[in-house]
Unconditional design. Structure first.
Length: 286
């Protein structure tokens, strides 16, 4: 009789626990108290990370390049390589001035409920896995729509404000990119061919020549006529992770300029205290 009573008790307890974790689970993700319930973003910005993806549209990008960009910075694998509640923002380099640019997308990713990505993605006792999947899938869908809209219309530009755009991220308080964040990442998707009135790598690298090659960073700085401008506006990259996704445009460059151009940028960023610099080069599409 005692065994029968114990068995019934355990059955009832198991049923209660099951329904507590599923049927009676919250209809919204059970987010940490530091976060805004609607945006999943940190109210103070102090604990979770912010990833800003800068996409250069000033060159004619072909379909293989667009697909490459999607895999690198719009895929589910990309987003889940960061902790849940990380903020993702997208900024363009196009025919507009950097000061006119606004984020095309700026959202914090909710948990997926799938612990195979990361242990902290798993649903808590009060969360329903299906609810988490729904909210995270909404995020992935919105990001995918953004990818489609960005490359829908092509606009020509006489300038390529790569340097200015990066610098403006650090200058503009609306970027929400100061050092209060637990982690800060910039991902630059570009052919790296900076061109503006004050700072032109087309000129510095003699890009129109068949013998085009960029100078090393020290030589470049020694020959720069407007050093004061670069010194006054340059960002401070301490504790910022930087990833450069290099889009080689063979119709504009040769193999030597590809190599020297990447080295010039890497040395520049190192001079600005960027400590963790990673470069991913797209495979040739020709």
């Amino acid at each position: 009789m005692k065994n029968l009573i114990l068995t019934k008790f355990l059955t009832i307890l198991a049923t209660i626990l099951f329904f507590s974790g599923t049927t009676f689970a919250d209809d919204y993700p059970n987010i940490p108290k530091e976060l805004n319930m609607k945006s999943y973003c940190d109210k103070s910005g102090a604990k979770f990370g912010h990833v800003i993806v800068v996409i250069d549209l000033t060159s004619d990008l072909q379909k293989p390049q667009i697909d490459f960009i999607k895999d690198q910075v719009f895929s589910e694998e990309f987003y889940t390589s960061y902790n849940p509640f990380t903020k993702f923002s997208y900024l363009l380099i196009d025919n507009n001035k950097p000061q006119e640019q606004v984020f095309k997308f700026s959202k914090c990713r909710p948990k997926t409920g799938n612990k195979r990505f990361r242990p902290n993605e798993a649903a808590s006792f009060r969360e329903n896995v299906k609810v988490l999947e729904k909210f995270s899938n909404d995020f992935f869908t919105d990001a995918n729509k953004l990818h489609g809209s960005i490359f829908k219309n092509k606009k020509s530009s006489n300038n390529s404000f790569i340097y200015e755009t990066i610098a403006y991220i650090f200058q503009n308080p609306k970027s929400d990119f100061d050092d209060k964040h637990g982690r800060r990442d910039i991902i630059l998707v570009s052919d790296l061919m900076q061109h503006s009135e004050r700072l032109s790598f087309y000129k510095a690298c003699n890009a129109s020549s068949s013998n085009a090659k960029c100078p090393n960073f020290n030589t470049f700085m020694n020959n720069l006529s407007d050093k004061d401008y670069l010194t006054a506006t340059a960002p401070k990259g301490k504790n910022v992770n930087l990833k450069i996704i290099y889009l080689n445009n063979r119709y504009e460059t040769n193999k030597e300029i590809d190599r020297s151009l990447k080295e010039l940028w890497k040395d520049y960023f190192k001079s600005r205290e960027f400590e963790n610099i990673k470069v991913i080069s797209q495979l040739d599409i020709n």
